[in-house]
Design a protein around this ligand. Structure first.
Ligand code: SF4
Length: 117
């Protein structure tokens, strides 16, 4: 399922400043003539996912664990994402959690929401 980009933009335009000319993701979609956006989780769910990740990150840091996963593990994770049916290639985001996977795979505490890695 997907929504029209204008509808999506309207739903995100909380402060009235987000548009296809200034937002990098929407600008990229506009330039590539992609007029449908994938259904990412709601902003509330994305916020919840981020909060949970941050809580795990802080807990892990207090236990003295490393911040970043080894590079080989980061690559293994990202390779799996790239062939996953939930990976949105042009946005480099996961449709399940809404995260930008190039960044998420780097953190040691990150997890795939459906346990692929
Ligand atoms: S995090 Fe998991 S569900 Fe999301 S794109 Fe990667 S492998 Fe797929």
């Amino acid at each position: 399922m997907s929504r029209d980009s204008d509808e999506f933009l309207k739903s995100l335009n909380i402060n009235g400043k987000l548009d296809k000319e200034t937002d990098p993701f929407l600008k990229s979609m506009n330039e590539r003539k992609i007029d449908k956006v994938p259904d990412f989780p709601s902003l509330a769910d994305q916020g919840k996912n981020m909060t949970e990740l941050l809580a795990k990150f802080v807990e892990s840091q207090m236990e003295g664990n490393q911040i970043f996963a080894p590079e080989s593990e980061q690559k293994r994770r990202y390779d799996m994402c790239q062939v996953c049916e939930h990976f949105v290639k042009h946005a480099k985001r996961c449709r399940k959690c809404g995260c930008y996977m190039k960044h998420k795979v780097k953190l040691e505490v990150s997890e795939c929401p459906i346990h692929k890695w």
